[in-house]
Design a protein around this ligand. Structure first.
Ligand SMILES: Cc1cc2nc3c(=O)[nH]c(=O)nc-3n(C[C@H](O)[C@H](O)[C@H](O)COP(=O)(O)OP(=O)(O)OC[C@H]3O[C@@H](n4cnc5c(N)ncnc54)[C@H](O)[C@@H]3O)c2cc1C
Length: 594
């Protein structure tokens, strides 16, 4: 069945995708735009006026907001209609995640509820479990949480100590242990708890109701940001979990946990876009009002540079996020027709297929948001540092995105490691292509002549791919199984892969926009692409040099260094003028317009 996919996970590295093969956000249909509008209206009326009260953790407020979102049908967008969902695509649920992402702590509660809080039951629950819990999670009658992390078990998620033992009468599992950092922990009615049965080495997953005897909670964690998001430690002391609340099979819990995290990572990529766009609006608004040296600060080149960079990072992240989201929908459509594959299994297999892209989006987009909010503070100067301005909350709230859903260190390693493994298992013909690239190095010529705008961009992107491929081949040959201990090398390659994926996605989107956008706007999209690809070339060059010198393959070093130089060569771009044009549009419209 995998061979029926338009593109497989990790295959972007060896396949040339055409613009008409990708989905871009400009193609949302009317129904999807209505979902987005409902989210926007909900935030304007219910959440934005209450951000202060949310951050003060006013009793019952966050739970009430989540439930109100449920009344509007925003909690079960992609869940089956049979369980009170709307049966919409993953792309549509991503659009809702993006819009809700503008809402600081509420965005975290919403994401935790609709994602990690509900999806384990949606995708692994049996009919009775879904009827009992999912139907109510989808409407907001119940709220959800996901309990994996423990004090001694964070990134090493399967090392937890929470235990489940079957009772003598065989009717219950007796749960004992402790979970930490649980989002929505203070009010969630239903928890997916990961625990090991007897002396199992891997987790099983259980649906636990928060009101059951033996469950106690620490007070709310005091946090740097997302202060309105409920975060608790939860203790389980001889909690009786009915055997019918085992989720999936015994020993399947870790797989469930990881697959849900693949989904959570892509969703985080969408979520941060909403935060970034709102922070850009605020940055432009401020720079269009603040005067220094007798003029608006938006006149200054330094400020224009920041505004343009904020927009470029947001636009490029968005291009990649929606590309992979549609690929997931396509994979799901194929998997669900496979024999013996139910909706849950098909969904999880679709997410698993794009695990490397999910990790790319988690890292790239969370770091993009950090850039955007950091520059928002800077654009506002002293006022940016004032707790009265939204930049303060945005800056603090953004930081968590590099930590949860797997830290960016773990995800960077996953990006390269997952793609290499897919190559080694022959899911994608990665190493065949890598060997061809290495064979080319002896006769490498630096004689490319410009052939046209997109032909040139395509040439650059294909060359960037060659850098990643040759480094993967050489690193695997040099370190073999020990490559996993060479994290610095893996990280360098990951940064190259991320830029390859985002550059290609942005290029294909801009190509598609030619037929959609008026010339004046279209030229600005080209400006964004020009600046991004020009910068990506230097980023890739730098990481490739780090990798070549760290791999120290004496026979290959000279050849590789020459190849890095040739493959990262791009035509010069007047980035100053391009950024000024992008910023001028933002300034003219006084908001993010791309
Ligand atoms: C506000 C908040 C909300 C959260 N919500 C939830 C939730 O709802 N449910 C839930 O289950 N968990 C939740 N978490 C937990 C979160 O997923 C973990 O904090 C995260 O996975 C990191 O684990 P840790 O904090 O133990 O850090 P550690 O694992 O101790 O990591 C410390 C540092 O070491 C690095 N590191 C660790 N291992 C490696 C390695 N192998 N290679 C390289 N570097 C490594 C990390 O990247 C990090 O920089 C939440 C956390 C926070 C702060």
């Amino acid at each position: 069945m995998e061979e029926n996919l338009t593109i497989k996970g990790g295959e972007f590295l060896i396949k040339q995708t055409e613009a008409n093969e990708i989905f871009i956000p400009e193609e949302f249909d009317e129904e999807q735009q209505m979902v987005a509008q409902t989210c926007d209206d909900f935030l304007e009326t219910e959440v934005f006026p209450n951000l202060e009260r949310v951050d003060e953790q006013e009793e019952g407020l966050m739970e009430e907001l989540v439930k109100k979102a449920g009344e509007l049908g925003l909690l079960g967008i992609s869940f089956p209609e049979e369980y009170e969902g709307f049966g919409q695509s993953f792309v549509t649920s991503m659009l809702a995640s993006e819009r809700m992402g503008a809402a600081n702590s509420f965005a975290v509660a919403y994401s935790a509820h609709t994602g990690i809080g509900s999806c384990p039951i949606a995708y692994y629950g049996d009919h009775e479990q879904k009827q009992k819990y999912l139907s109510k999670l989808a409407t907001g009658e119940l709220t959800g949480a996901y309990c994996l992390t423990e004090p001694g078990s964070g990134s090493d998620a399967n090392s937890g100590k929470t235990k489940a033992v079957l009772s003598e009468d065989g009717k219950h599992y007796i749960l004992n242990g402790q979970k930490m950092w649980i989002t929505n922990g203070g009010f969630a009615d239903v928890q997916t708890v990961f625990a090991k049965i007897d002396n199992d080495r891997v987790y099983s997953a259980f649906i636990v109701e928060s009101q059951w005897d033996g469950i106690t909670y620490n007070p709310e964690e005091k946090k740097m940001g997302i202060k309105g998001s409920s975060t608790r430690q939860i203790f389980y002391n001889d909690v009786k979990v009915p055997v019918e609340n085992l989720l999936g099979k015994r020993g399947e819990g870790f797989r469930i946990a990881l697959n849900i995290l693949h989904m959570g990572r892509i969703k985080l990529g969408g979520n941060v876009l909403g935060g970034a766009k709102r922070a850009i609006d605020q940055s432009v608004n401020y720079s269009n009002e603040r005067k220094q040296f007798g003029q608006l600060i938006s006149n200054f080149g330094s400020i224009k540079h920041k505004l343009a960079q904020q927009a470029i990072k947001t636009f490029t992240s968005e291009s990649a996020v929606y590309r992979v989201s549609r690929n997931i929908d396509e994979a799901y459509e194929i998997y669900k027709n496979m024999e013996g594959c139910d909706v849950g299994r098909a969904t999880m297999d679709a997410f698993g297929q794009f695990g490397s892209e999910a990790a790319i989006m988690k890292v790239f987009a969370s770091e993009a948001l950090d850039y955007v909010v950091d520059e928002e503070v800077q654009i506002m100067g002293g006022m940016g540092f004032s707790a009265e301005m939204p930049a303060d909350r945005n800056y603090r709230d953004s930081r968590i995105n590099r930590i949860f859903e797997g830290t960016n260190e773990i995800n960077r390693i996953l990006v390269t490691d997952t793609i290499i493994k897919r190559g080694q298992k022959n899911h994608v013909a990665l190493f065949e292509r890598a060997k061809e690239v290495i064979a080319e190095l002896d006769n490498l010529k630096d004689d490319y002549q410009s052939k046209g705008y997109f032909e040139d961009k395509r040439h650059y992107v294909e060359n960037f791919k060659k850098v990643a491929l040759m480094l993967m081949e050489v690193a695997v040959n040099k370190f073999d199984r020990k490559l996993v201990h060479e994290q610095e090398v893996l990280n360098s390659i990951s940064d190259i892969l991320m830029n390859v994926y985002v550059a290609e996605s942005s290029m294909l989107r801009v190509q598609k926009l030619e037929a959609i956008k008026p010339a004046e706007m279209y030229n600005l999209y080209k400006d964004m692409l020009d600046v991004y690809v020009f910068e990506a070339a230097s980023v890739i060059y730098k990481h490739a040099l780090d990798a070549v010198h760290s791999i120290e393959d004496e026979a290959m070093t000279e050849k590789l260094l020459n190849a890095v130089k040739v493959y990262t060569k791009v035509a010069g771009v007047n980035t100053k003028d391009a950024r000024r044009r992008i910023a001028d549009k933002l300034i003219e419209e006084n908001k993010y317009v791309f």
